[in-house]
Design a protein around this ligand. Structure first.
Ligand code: SF4
Ligand code: SF4
Length: 293
C-alpha cells in the first residue's frame, strides 16, 4: 500500500490504528475514525510538501494556486488508494482534504468533520508545534495531509516522541492577525504546548485575503524554522528576513528577496490594490486591509 502511494507521488505516508484515538484521548469521540465509519480499523495518512519558495510569497495568487494543486493531488491520492484497497477486498474510503464549502461557512462553523492533523500525529508523521500544526522532519509545517479509512488491519507506525518545535515563537510573533497567543514566559518554561488559537481572528483574515484572491495566509507555516526543506533551498536563516518584511518598505528595491516576493504579490491578486503607498510596511498594509481601508 505504501509502495503504491510513493510510486504515485506521495511524499510521506503513515498508518495509525483506530485504537490510538481512544488511547490518546485528545479528540472528542464524535471525531474518532470508527465513530465516523464503524468498520474502520486503520487510518492511512498521506502528506504532500509545499515548496518553500512559493510559500514564502504568501499572501499571493501563486501560493493560492500551489495550495489548491496540493489539495487536489491529496484528494486524488486518497481516492486512488481507497479504490486500490477496495479492489483487494478491504472496504475503504477517502476523507476529503479540507471538507468545507467556502470561507463564510468556516467562519460560522469552524472545524472539519475529521481533523487530519491528529491523524498525522498518530500515524507518526510529525509532532504538533506551537503554531497548532504538524511539524515534520522533512518539511516542517510546509506539508498538507489527507486521510483514508480502511477496514484493513494495517501495521501502525510509531508516534514520534521527541521534539521538533524549538519554541522560537516566530509563528506567534509574525502572525498578522495576532491569532496565535503565547507569552515569552510560556515559551520559555514549556508549560504550554501550543499557542492559544484565535480561530475567528485567523478566519476573518482568511476571508479578507479570499476577497483579494490570495488566500490562504500561512505565514505561521512559512516562518517556521523547522524542516530539512530549508537546507534544500538554502533558507536556514531566514527569520531576520521575515521580521524585516513586516517592518521595512514593501517596495524596497534594494532587497532582492523582498523584490521577488512583491513582484509575485503584485500580479494576479489585488492584495496591494488601492492600499499601498511607498511609506507602507507589509504590516501596515495588513492593518489597512483588516480595517477595510
Ligand atoms: S494562518 Fe495567518 S492568520 Fe492564521 S494563525 Fe497562521 S499566521 Fe495567523
Ligand atoms: S515557528 Fe518556532 S515556535 Fe512556531 S511552531 Fe515553528 S519552531 Fe515552533
Amino acid at each position: 500500500m505504501c509502495a503504491f502511494l510513493y510510486e504515485r507521488g506521495a511524499d510521506i505516508v503513515g498508518v495509525a490504528s483506530t485504537e490510538t484515538w481512544a488511547r490518546e484521548d485528545m479528540v472528542p469521540e464524535a471525531y474518532w475514525p470508527d465513530s465516523l465509519w464503524t468498520p474502520t480499523k486503520s487510518v492511512i495518512v498521506i502528506g504532500l510538501q509545499m515548496p518553500l519558495p512559493v510559500v514564502e510569497t504568501t499572501p499571493s495568487v501563486q501560493h493560492r494556486d500551489l495550495y489548491n494543486a496540493c489539495n487536489h493531488s491529496l484528494d486524488s491520492l486518497a481516492f486512488d488508494v481507497s479504490r486500490w484497497l477496495n479492489r483487494r477486498g478491504f472496504a475503504s474510503l477517502p476523507l476529503s482534504r479540507d471538507g468545507y464549502a467556502n470561507i463564510h461557512i468556516v467562519k460560522k462553523k469552524p472545524g472539519a468533520a475529521f481533523p487530519h492533523i491528529f491523524a498525522a500525529y498518530y500515524a507518526g508523521l510529525g509532532l504538533i508545534g506551537i503554531n497548532n500544526t504538524i511539524l515534520t522532519r522533512e518539511y516542517g509545517p510546509r506539508v498538507r495531509f489527507v486521510s483514508v479509512f480502511t477496514e484493513a488491519k494495517l501495521s501502525p507506525d510509531y508516534m514520534m516522541k521527541d521534539t521538533l518545535c524549538i519554541r522560537c515563537g516566530a509563528c506567534s510573533e509574525l502572525c498578522p492577525a495576532h491569532a496565535l497567543k503565547i507569552s515569552k514566559q510560556e515559551l520559555r518554561n514549556e508549560s504550554v504546548s501550543v499557542a492559544r488559537y484565535d480561530r475567528q481572528a485567523c478566519t476573518e483574515w482568511a476571508r479578507l485575503l479570499t476577497q483579494r484572491g490570495c488566500y490562504p495566509c500561512g505565514i505561521c507555516i512559512k516562518v517556521c524554522p523547522v524542516g530539512r526543506d530549508r537546507t534544500l533551498y538554502g533558507r536556514e536563516k531566514a527569520l531576520p528576513h521575515y521580521r524585516k518584511e513586516l517592518t521595512s518598505l514593501v517596495f524596497d528595491a534594494k532587497d532582492p528577496v523582498h523584490r521577488q516576493w512583491n513582484h509575485i504579490r503584485n500580479h494576479g491578486s489585488s492584495l496591494f490594490d488601492e492600499t499601498v503607498t511607498r511609506k507602507d510596511t507589509l504590516q501596515s498594509v495588513f492593518k489597512k486591509i483588516r480595517n477595510g481601508k
